[in-house]
Design a protein around this ligand. Structure first.
Ligand SMILES: Nc1ncnc2c1ncn2[C@@H]1O[C@H](COP(=O)(O)OP(=O)(O)O)[C@@H](O)[C@H]1O
Ligand SMILES: [Mg+2]
Length: 258
């Protein structure tokens, strides 16, 4: 059964989409079968992976139950993806009624067995879409900009996770907080890591050992719709995303009893 990981933080611009795309590519590089799911009406992940998102089945039709996951999956040069477009912004109004939290969970069930990892990119809000991602997920990655202020916004997210654990998905776990756009060897970096460690132990959320360093190649790769790992293979951010994939794989693979 594939491990479903939601990448979430209600703040915009913290590296959710970047992490979903680059981690998907890094896991695929490590021989994993990966499906990326775009659950953000902005469709940034779909764009950066050069997926078609007009006139095709998207996560919107998937949640509405109009298409199956298999019909919505598109292969790309990076990994398979279920794309999204602006229609998904109607979700809050359209997906009412009982069971609205389980739409994605149920829709992905038939394809879970075909993948080692399913990574879900989420919108910058704590909406019905976010709750659907958390309900479908086994684990949660929380990207955080490497500044003190953004680290402090985490308590709101924490409350949503508690809600989902109590009502929809008791098995939801934190994979960890991921520091993004990290500038090592600065005074701020030391402070940020210190604060992150404090929050991590206070809230009992692991902190990834790997932090993703800042590099302009990240934005360049996205703008030209190419995989960061192919666009700039020796770049620091590429290396960091591969290290993150290895950190996740080492945790996922039981080493005992082999
Ligand atoms: N490691 C990084 N180095 C430099 N720029 C980055 C890095 N990660 C993300 N960015 C840039 O920051 C912006 C926001 O990232 P994005 O992944 O779109 O955040 P979110 O999905 O949380 O809104 C984008 O322009 C992206 O290219
Ligand atoms: Mg995004």
């Amino acid at each position: 059964m594939g491990c479903v990981i939601a990448v979430s933080n209600q703040k915009g611009g913290v590296g959710k989409t970047t992490t979903t795309g680059a981690l998907a590519a890094a896991l695929a590089r490590r021989g994993q079968q990966v499906l990326a799911v775009d659950l953000d009406p902005q469709g940034n992940l779909s764009f950066s992976m050069a997926a078609e998102n007009e006139g095709v089945a998207t996560s919107y039709e998937l949640l509405k139950g109009e298409v199956t996951a298999r019909a919505a999956i598109q292969p790309t040069a990076i990994t398979d993806i279920i794309p999204a477009n602006i229609l998904l912004s109607g979700a809050e109004l359209e997906f009412g009624g009982p069971g609205r939290e389980f739409l994605l969970h149920n829709a992905l069930r038939p394809v879970r067995g075909a993948y080692d990892f399913i990574l879900i990119d989420t919108p910058p809000a704590l909406s019905v879409l976010t709750v659907n991602a958390f309900t479908a997920a086994d684990k949660l990655i929380i990207p955080m900009l490497s500044d003190i202020f953004s680290l402090q916004g985490i308590t709101q997210l924490y409350d949503t996770v508690s809600y989902v654990r109590n009502h929809c998905n008791p098995g939801l776990e934190y994979a960890g907080i991921l520091l993004t756009r990290f500038a090592p060897r600065t005074t701020l970096a030391t402070e940020v890591r210190g604060t992150a460690e404090m929050i991590s132990s206070e809230l009992d959320i692991p902190l990834f050992h790997t932090a993703i360093r800042s590099s302009v190649a990240v934005t360049e790769a996205q703008a030209t719709q190419r995989s960061l790992l192919k666009y700039a293979p020796r770049n620091i951010a590429s290396k960091d995303y591969l290290a993150l994939a290895d950190e996740i794989l080492n945790k996922e693979t039981p080493t005992h009893g082999r």
